[in-house]
Write a protein that binds this ligand. Structure first.
Ligand code: 5AD
Ligand code: SF4
Length: 456
């Protein structure tokens, strides 16, 4: 390392990072922050105060890329005023758009793809003072991070990546192109990371991957998600284990049995259906039918009676008729999801679905989107009302954003709970003494999004 670069770090250059998109992106940002903090950088909440602005981007829908381009456009002024400002585009859109970003936004310094994150400190040093442009989108690199365990948004929770990439090639999805082939992380690495997180006070881990149900593929030995869960369940200090995202095609009884049998594995699945119509599922190349999906839901509910299920749906996929859409509505009505993410189909260049005509009018997409949002909101409101009078276990995360005298956390089923002390009762150290603890809460009120309660 040169003397100059040491001096550079000693200044504690200020970095601002904005994350778009999914949980994997949030984790990548967190890991990047860790690696830069270790190098002496500091992080700021205000982009105007930053020496380095990094946008960690998403490509899954066109709108996500638009947002980044418009933010880059509005940063042009700041760069003109401060030519030393380093502007970087990281992640999926960097991988997808590559050099095009330099052409449209010549004031950008760095384009860093999904598998180059670990080189960030080196890349930033190279740019510092030279104002040069670097394109780093190598496809062969493997993402590897020596995690700084103290670096995470909430002390009591952490994401742990167990696999990267995706081999499914659903016809609408850009992920396999920007994140690369599926790659499972060795069990030993995962266990070590979880142990050091628990040493740092972490109580809940969420295992992350595009398709966690196929975890173990390509690793030696009989390694599956179910037996990884068994191993993690025996780590002392961990109270709760979650995993996302489950692909219905790879959902097997073993995984549902692991949820049922292992005390730390939470009763919640994120298992995107995408559509309730077999015709559309086939065109999406999802490799299951709606009947199979319904059977999985039934099996999950019978093995784990208090399970909650979340899903993603795409409306307006090419050729989606009113009848196809009605099949989706009836799936949603029958499953009674705890939560759903609903997206309007957005054609992505290079994916197989772009060969199909994007023939559902925007207005129809918008209407179908709203119908599903309204239906889900009604279901959530009804199911949450059923919780009134019940007692639930909550992992306390911190104070409520809307009312600092109240605390908030989640149930094992992933419902958000806001709670307070019973009237007249005071508690030593409230509310900070309870953070990171498991408490029982009596539910007294609810909306579609939140349960409200009083501590037992
Ligand atoms: N258009 C709309 N939604 C999409 N998703 C993925 N690709 C597209 C696309 N081209 C949605 C899927 C996926 C979620 C992360 O994003 O529902 O599960
Ligand atoms: Fe995309 Fe399908 Fe892979 Fe999910 S499983 S990331 S939707 S290709």
């Amino acid at each position: 390392m040169s003397k100059d670069s040491k001096t550079y770090k000693d200044f504690g250059k200020k970095v601002y990072i904005r994350t778009f998109g999914c949980q994997m992106n949030k984790l990548d940002s967190e890991l990047s922050i860790g690696s830069l903090v270790r190098e002496g950088y500091t992080f700021v909440e205000d982009e105007k105060a930053a020496d380095i602005i990094l946008l960690n981007t998403c490509s899954v829908r066109n709108k996500a890329e638009h947002k980044v381009y418009s933010q880059l456009g509005s940063l042009r002024n700041q760069k003109e005023k401060n030519p030393d400002l380093i502007l970087g585009v990281l992640g999926c859109m960097a991988q997808n758009e590559g050099e095009k970003i330099f052409r449209r936004m010549p004031h950008v310094n760095l384009i860093c793809g999904t598998r180059e994150f670990s080189r960030l400190p080196t890349l930033l040093e190279e740019i510092n003072g030279s104002n040069k442009q670097i394109l780093a989108i190598n496809e062969d690199e493997m993402v590897s991070f020596d995690r700084l365990v103290t670096q995470r948004p909430n002390r009591f929770k952490a994401f742990v990546s167990i696999m990267r990439g995706c081999d499914n090639y659903c016809s609408y999805c850009i992920v396999p192109y920007v994140r690369g082939r599926e790659f499972s992380r060795p069990v030993g690495d995962i266990i070590n990371e979880v142990k050091s997180l628990t040493d740092d006070g972490c109580k809940e881990i969420t295992l992350l991957g595009q398709n966690v149900n196929s975890y173990g593929k390509g690793l030696n030995g009989n390694i599956t998600l179910a037996n990884l869960l068994k191993k993690l369940n025996s780590i002392e200090g961990i109270e709760r284990i979650r995993f996302v995202t489950s692909h219905p095609r790879d959902m097997i009884k073993d995984i549902l049995e692991a949820i049922s049998e292992l005390p730390k594995v939470c009763e919640n699945l994120h298992m995107p259906a995408q559509s309730g119509s077999d015709r559309i599922l086939e065109k999406m190349r999802r490799q299951y039918t709606s009947t199979h999906y319904r059977e999985l839901v039934e099996m999950a509910k019978s093995l784990v009676p208090d399970i909650t299920i979340a899903s993603d749906f795409i409306v307006g996929f090419p050729g989606e008729t009113e009848d196809d859409f009605e099949d989706t509505v009836s799936l949603m009505r029958d499953v009674r999801y705890q939560n759903c993410f609903i997206f309007k189909y957005s054609p992505r260049t290079g994916t197989a679905a772009t060969e199909l005509k994007d023939d559902v009018p925007e207005e129809t997409k918008r209407r179908r989107n709203q119908i599903l949002l309204d239906l889900q909101s009604d279901i959530s409101a009804e199911d949450n009302k059923e919780m009134i009078g019940k007692s639930v276990e909550v992992l306390v995360e911190g104070t409520s954003k809307t009312d600092e005298s109240k605390l908030t956390g989640r149930t094992r089923q992933n419902q958000i709970v806001v709670f307070s002390l019973p009237e007249g009762r005071s508690q030593e150290g409230w509310p900070s003494s309870l953070q990171g603890k498991l408490v029982n809460i009596n539910i007294v009120d609810s909306t579609d999004l939140t349960l409200f309660g009083i501590i037992n």
